[in-house]
Ligand binder design. Structure first.
Ligand code: PGA
Length: 219
């Protein structure tokens, strides 16, 4: 039995506008000017703790403020994580396609589990995903393989393909020993050709054919 596990930010959703809004509300609350959207987009992918370290470094603030800034950020973000967030083109149709096929589907993201669930619910996706692992759901975060292997175990399948957008996801899949399909339209920082990958796609409409090929190879 095989399943699919998806990364969230930069893969299924463009979450950067809501993350950016919460970062700038946090900075405003401490009387500091905001950061541009594109800079904050580049800070996403290693979880909210690292995001806040990058914000603090970008603003030249003291890392001593990390815990309090992270808690202000979580208050703003968790209250409103989906208003400005959008699905990438053809994501809804493609997830519905895999769900209708009866493929077990999971999420493995470094975003904390609570806002992950709020976002999935707001897009009507909660019922489609049987296993949701966030950055605070296990003892480790990607690129450590533990969250991805936990998501696989919770799906109750032996074979999974991981679908993600970044060097964090590519390394995680490699360390977990799982096939990896790379979405080129997300938040990667390294050149795409340098990332370990089993397949690459630019549009979710291409994914069903890629998954059919990878599943046939793993069978
Ligand atoms: O860094 C985050 O908070 C989430 O990023 P991810 O969904 O790409 O794992």
């Amino acid at each position: 039995m095989s399943g699919l596990i998806f990364d969230l930010d930069g893969t299924l959703i463009d979450s950067a506008p809501d993350v950016h809004a919460a970062v700038n509300k946090t900075l405003e609350e401490i009387g500091t000017g905001g950061l541009p959207l594109e800079q904050v987009r580049g800070f996403i992918g290693n979880g909210v703790g690292v995001l806040m370290e990058r914000v603090i470094a970008a603003k030249g603030l003291s890392q001593d403020a990390h815990a309090s800034l992270l808690s202000i950020f979580r208050r703003h973000y968790d209250a409103d994580p989906a208003t400005l967030t959008t699905l990438y083109p053809n994501v809804a149709e493609t997830v519905a396609h895999f769900h209708a096929m009866g493929l077990p589907l999971g999420i493995c993201t470094n975003k904390p589990e609570a806002p992950t669930r709020t976002i999935l619910e707001s897009f009507g996706f909660l019922g489609a995903f049987d296993s949701i692992v966030g950055g605070d759901s296990t003892s480790a975060r990607k690129p450590d393989p533990v969250p991805l292997l936990t998501a696989r175990d919770r799906l109750g399948v032996t074979d999974v393909i991981y679908i993600g957008d970044s060097e964090v996801d590519a390394e995680c899949a490699q360390r977990a020993g799982l096939p990896f399909a790379l979405f080129s339209g997300g938040y990667h920082r390294q050149p795409l050709d340098e990332l370990p990958q089993s397949a690459r796609f630019d549009d979710f409409a291409e994914l069903p054919a890629i998954i059919a090929r990878l599943l046939a190879e793993t069978a």
